[in-house]
Design a protein around this ligand. Structure first.
Ligand code: UDP
Length: 455
């Protein structure tokens, strides 16, 4: 339901179809609009890929007609609740479609906010179709979630702002309770469900590569005992939205600037800010004295709506969505991290504490997706972070050089490297497991729908 998930989902569907698998993408009308031209092009060249559309019950759930994905929710208070209701109503059509199509395998996206747990558990469990999970995030994040769910280090500290160490994972990683998602922080129903599904999740693939975070990939495999294929980063990624500015225009503007002197500011496809925060961002960027793509007044290039992907810029202000981070790494660009919701605070720690290719703008508080921002980042903090990254001091030289090494690594993996062989191994495994089923019993009290999980 998020564009950030849609892009890698379509990328993978195409990769599998190009390798000879018969692939159906199950989605809703609004998403189909974005991806049908890509799928049609493949079909014309003889690849067995198609879209199966199901209606999104916006109106039934009290949403305006056409409000169908995460980007179309406004910040009205009850929009998110209605959106979640509409998602839950998709369970029945999903089940009917699976009964009709009878696939050998279902690949579902594991969503950190548990938007549609039934997709990968009940329905697949009930119908006996094996599933594979796509984690649109880092191994680091998966290891951190496992540690927090298992040891709950945040339960015994006094203040939300007190730092604690994430136990039993490589490197000393500190976080605060205020940075944790609600479902990790409080063991309410969603939290329990989350833990339960988390335990059942054994086989997955990631849009990622081993050498980016070998310690965490190994931890995931050896300590957590889970199987994962890392099939990223893609050499050429699908572009689902037409950019609101010509990429050539951006490039021309960038060419008129010194190398590494322009900052790209992009908070992904779902982030929302108050006018006050937008104003602070604009002022902070302006005060830093550096050129940027995002905002206003002479120094910057404003792109209203959808901007082209990370281009040849010198720094990237990111909300730490995994696609954005991977794109930044593939382009060898260091980052300013500004996490907001979902698993973005974990990704921030990977970038700043482990890979050491970014500086934090200093956000302290996790916000639910679609909710109001809980803290205002002031212009001085923004200016400070931009200067730290863009002033070319010793710290930046180090970050730039590490980012470029990662870019080289990513390039080697894309061109005849492990992304290809991992995909081959994944396909072999899909063929091997297509009818083997494992049932995981799970006690969720009253909720009859979640008594059996399948992986
Ligand atoms: N994106 C883009 N132009 C924009 C906004 C977003 O190309 O103006 C792309 C971005 O490059 C990335 C994706 O949208 O591929 C966002 O995914 P991510 O996982 O970073 O964040 P999400 O949108 O899921 O929060």
């Amino acid at each position: 339901m998020g564009q950030g998930h849609l892009i890698p989902t379509v990328d993978t569907a195409r990769l599998l179809a190009i390798r000879g698998l018969k692939v159906t993408i199950l989605t809703i009308p609004l998403n189909e609009l974005h991806i049908s031209h890509i799928v049609e092009r493949d079909r014309r060249s003889g690849i067995q890929i198609r879209i199966h559309q199901t209606r999104f019950p916006s109106v039934e759930a009290g949403l305006p007609e056409g409000c169908e994905n995460a980007s179309s929710i406004s910040d009205q208070p009850d929009m998110l609740a209605k959106f979640l209701k509409a998602l839950s109503m998709l369970q029945q059509p999903f089940e009917e479609i699976l009964q009709e199509l009878r696939p050998d395998y279902v690949i579902s996206i594991w969503d950190h906010n548990m938007f549609y747990p039934w997709a990968s558990t009940v329905v697949v469990g009930k119908l006996g179709i094996p599933r594979l999970i796509f984690h649109g995030t880092s191994f680091f994040t998966l290891c951190a979630i496992d540690s927090l769910t298992r040891y709950k280090p945040h339960a015994n500290i006094v203040s939300d702002m007190e730092a604690f160490v994430v136990p039993s994972i490589p490197y000393q990683i500190e976080m605060t309770r205020s940075q944790l998602p609600d479902d990790i922080k409080e063991l309410n129903n969603i939290g329990e469900l989350h833990t339960c599904i988390w335990k059942s999740d054994e086989r997955c693939y990631l849009n990622n590569f081993f050498d980016l975070e070998p310690a965490y990939a190994e931890h995931y495999w050896k300590v957590m005992g889970r199987q994962a294929w890392h099939i990223g980063p893609k050499a050429q990624r699908g572009n689902i939205n037409k950019a609101n500015i010509d990429a050539n225009e951006c490039l021309r503007w960038l060419d008129s600037k010194k190398p590494d002197s322009v900052l790209l500011v992009c908070f992904g496809s779902m982030s929302r800010f108050s006018n006050t925060q937008l104003h602070e961002i604009a002022m902070g960027l302006e005060d830093s004295g550096h050129s940027f793509i995002w905002a206003m007044e002479g120094k910057g290039l404003i792109v209203r709506g959808w901007a082209p992907k990370v281009l040849t810029v010198g720094g990237f202000v990111t909300h730490c969505g995994w696609n954005s981070i991977l794109e930044s790494i593939s382009a060898g660009v260091p980052m300013i991290t500004w996490p907001l919701f979902a698993e973005q605070f974990y990704n921030e720690k990977l970038v700043t504490m482990v890979l050491k290719i970014g500086v934090e703008v200093g956000v302290k508080t996790w916000t639910i997706f679609g909710g109001e921002e809980k803290e205002l980042v002031k212009r001085d903090a923004i200016k400070e972070a931009v200067r730290r990254l863009m002033d070319s001091g010793e710290e930046t030289v180090g970050m730039r050089s590490r980012a470029r090494k990662l870019k080289e690594m990513a390039r080697r993996i894309q061109i005849g490297g492990s992304a290809d062989s991992e995909l081959t191994a994944l396909i072999e495994d899909l063929k091997l497991h297509k009818r083997s089923i494992y049932i995981w019993p799970c006690n969720l009290g009253e909720n009859k729908y979640f008594q059996l999980l399948l992986f």
